[in-house]
Design a protein around this ligand. Structure first.
Ligand code: SF4
Ligand code: MG
Length: 324
């Protein structure tokens, strides 16, 4: 299968001024040397606690943030090097769906204009044709054509997320970055939205990067899953393999936190409670960044950073337990 997106050694550092010494600048290393690829038509789930860099990774890929270092190769082109005009073209191919479907919709615009705005910006359609596209998109996401004249506040959270998805689809993108698209929705609505995203993927031949904070949310939709911790990718493999044979201690802890025990999930019976909080990304632990919370931590873990290595075909892990 062809690779649509390849991220190579991506870094995104945010400068932070320290009050005491005006000239000293520290960096939050939000994404620190992350590499992965996504094949055409597949879904890569990206999972980790808040502050692990998963959203920043998504936002840097779509160039809402400029990367500090590294390459973002989309369909053969390095996105990191695009100028403003080229970026506009790129944004027709790549769209983002946000976590909060209310905050991301302009409350003063009708649903039709929210969806139609992208058609206007990219000069895709006007007049009757524009309206037909809007009506078609509303139906694709399970809403009615006459919803086009209404305003976002008239809709439920799940419906608003459907509007956000229709807006993303308006430019006929190839690739969608969904940043926690179901986290803010009622549990009863989450599966509906995930199923709809899967149907749209098949119908429209879409590729997804699906970002979530826990592994239960990405289980059904992902072909492959990457787990991030404090700016690092710590494990990445096929979805089935991750649930059956998790290797990184952090992945095991995340899996054990899935509320409903699933016979297909390894070690689901015993919850692993992680000690302590996630350390500050301003001053991450030396060596393995997970070591302050890892019950397997060894002397080498504070000295050397484990690199991501293949443990089998399509399964990579960054941990000294497997990379000695
Ligand atoms: Fe734990 Fe060491 Fe592996 Fe890090 S490298 S996850 S501290 S065993
Ligand atoms: Mg986030």
């Amino acid at each position: 299968q062809d690779i649509l997106l390849e991220v190579k050694n991506l870094k995104k550092y945010f400068p932070v001024k320290k009050g005491l010494f005006k000239n000293s600048v520290q960096y939050v290393k939000a994404v620190d040397d992350v590499s992965f690829y996504i094949r055409k038509g597949e879904t890569l789930g990206l999972v980790g606690e808040s502050g692990c860099g998963k959203s920043t990774t998504g936002r840097t890929i779509i160039r809402l943030y400029d990367p500090t270092e590294g390459q973002i190769i989309f369909d053969g082109h390095d996105i990191a090097k695009l100028n403003q005009n080229q970026l506009k073209e790129f944004r027709k191919k790549v769209q983002m769906i946000f976590q909060d479907p209310y905050a991301s919709l302009n409350s003063r615009m009708t649903v039709g204009d929210i969806i139609g705005e992208a058609l206007d910006i990219h000069k895709i359609a006007t007049g009757k044709e524009r309206l037909e596209i809007i009506h078609d998109l509303l139906q694709r996401v399970g809403l009615q054509p006459d919803h086009a004249t209404r305003y976002p506040h008239e809709f439920s959270g799940g419906q608003r997320q459907r509007i956000g998805i229709a807006r993303a689809l308006a430019v006929q993108p190839q690739f969608i970055i969904a940043d926690e698209p179901i986290s803010a929705l009622d549990v009863s609505i989450q599966a509906q939205v995930v199923n709809m995203l899967e149907d749209l993927q098949k119908d429209l031949n879409l590729t997804y990067l699906f970002i979530a904070h826990d592994l239960s949310m990405v289980k059904h939709i992902s072909d492959r899953i990457g787990v991030m911790y404090l700016g690092k990718l710590v494990e990445i493999t096929d979805s089935d393999e991750l649930y059956k044979n998790p290797i990184h201690p952090y992945t095991k802890a995340l899996l054990s936190a899935i509320p409903i025990p699933d016979p297909n999930i390894a070690k689901a019976s015993k919850r692993i409670i992680l000690q302590g909080d996630v350390p500050s990304p301003l001053n991450p632990p030396s060596g393995c960044r997970f070591r302050t919370r890892c019950k397997y931590a060894m002397p080498i873990c504070s000295e050397y950073e484990p690199s991501l290595v293949n443990v089998s075909e399509n399964h990579s892990v960054a941990c000294h337990l497997v990379n000695k």
